[in-house]
Write a protein that binds this ligand. Structure first.
Ligand SMILES: Cc1cc2nc3c(=O)[nH]c(=O)nc-3n(C[C@H](O)[C@H](O)[C@H](O)COP(=O)(O)O)c2cc1C
Length: 381
């Protein structure tokens, strides 16, 4: 039995259990993957300031994100195809998140549908929206999320065109799946995954299939998604989305202070400093490098969250110290899911909370609200 100490152990287990095309889909970035690597490397380079002889007996990682109580300020990021890492993956991850007390964000490109996740959970989750050319479909998605009781809409702005990820091309990842000796072997070499997958009927894009005229199977779905991401999306579109939604709105994919000021202007409740986990603009700065300037520009006007490269509680601590009001994990929970299903997501959350709790203590801090740049060493000049 593998001893699981950190997110890296869950990652190794997921690599052994999930077919290569889906494992690599998660563990990859755009083109040269320089931004993907920078997300984690830049976090690791931030030095924490150790303090001693402070009474840290009464510590708590509890906090708030968007007015919602959270066990720690770490939400699950929207991840497309989560249900391919492990059957019914979105439902399992949402359940783990609600038991733990952190928000779960369902992707537009999920396998389990909004209604399905709502029917199999007891607390409201957040819904992430991609704006498609088919605006009727987008409007109905917003309505469906509201009717399912979602408590925040996360509007992703950094995927108007889809960047190239080499591993997906090499592995033949596609909808509909392309069957050849390589793709068949990728599945056949993971018999446990195949057996579990046979036990679910959820194997397609649940929010799309059956909700768009003419899209009822994998072949029509492939053609539809390929041409649907809308390159015309601009700041003027946010108004109607905000009005149609009528609830808390989070704008995801902000990396520049000027765009952050736009987010304030259009009335967002929060923004997420994000480069899509290094999966879009290769060569963009890491999210943690972009965070301080955005906090300085708009941090007193809306909540500033961040994601990208967070693999430990120490990373969460670094982001909070640099002014983030909340963080998100993508791959860290996906590796847990691929490794052990719902129990693996719970384990990932426990690992990160324990690390955050210890790290706060060793920095002499007892409350999330007290964290700040004073908990970090000044970067060398
Ligand atoms: C496999 C995968 C699929 C993703 N799918 C989506 C998506 O459907 N919508 C979205 O807004 N972001 C998506 N993202 C980006 C994540 O929401 C998040 O920004 C990113 O994973 C954070 O970086 P991290 O994985 O290093 O924590 C995806 C990320 C991964 C790894």
């Amino acid at each position: 039995m593998t001893v699981i100490c950190d997110i890296g152990d869950l990652q190794q287990l997921a690599r052994r259990r999930v077919p290569r095309m889906f494992y690599d889909y998660a563990d990859s970035g755009a083109w040269s993957e320089s931004t993907y690597r920078a997300n984690a490397d830049d976090l690791a380079a931030i030095k924490l300031r150790q303090r001693v002889a402070v009474d840290i007996s009464d510590r708590s990682t509890r906090s708030e994100m968007l007015g919602q109580q959270v066990a720690m300020p770490v939400a699950l990021a929207p991840v497309g195809l989560t249900g391919m890492q492990y059957p019914d993956g979105e439902i399992l991850a949402a359940r783990a998140a609600e038991k733990f007390g952190v928000p779960f964000t369902l992707s537009t490109m999920s396998i389990c549908s909004i209604e399905d996740v709502a029917a199999n959970t007891t607390k409201p989750f957040w819904f992430q929206l991609y704006v498609m050319r088919d605006r009727d479909f987008v409007g109905r998605l917003i309505d469906r999320a509201r009717e399912a009781g979602c408590s925040a809409l996360v509007l992703t702005l950094d995927l108007q065109v889809l960047a190239q990820r080499h591993k997906d091309l090499r592995n033949g990842l596609s909808a509909p799946p392309r069957w050849n000796p390589s793709t068949l072997w990728q599945l056949a070499s993971r018999p446990g995954w195949c057996l579990r997958m046979l036990g679910t009927r959820r194997r397609s894009f649940g929010n799309v299939v059956g909700h768009v005229r003419g899209v009822d199977d994998m072949a029509s779905l492939g053609a539809w998604t390929a041409e649907q991401f809308d390159p015309t999306l601009n700041w003027n579109d946010i108004d109607w989305i905000r009005e149609r939604w009528g609830g808390k709105l989070i704008l995801k994919g902000i990396l520049d202070p000027e765009d952050a000021r736009e987010a304030v202007r259009v009335g967002a409740d929060a923004l997420i400093v994000s480069n899509h986990g290094g999966r879009q603009l290769d060569g963009a700065p890491s999210s943690i490098a972009a965070l301080p300037a955005i906090v300085d520009a708009v941090g007193d006007q809306l909540e500033v969250h961040v994601d990208g490269g967070i693999r430990s509680g120490q990373d969460v601590m670094r982001a909070l110290c640099l002014g983030a009001g909340g963080t998100y994990i993508g791959r860290a929970f996906i590796y847990g899911l691929g490794a052990l299903g719902e129990a693996g997501v719970s384990r990932a959350l426990e690992i990160i909370r324990n690390e955050l709790d210890m790290t706060m203590g060793l920095c002499g801090a007892s409350r999330v609200a007290d964290l700040g740049r004073h908990n970090l060493l000044e970067p060398p000049a």
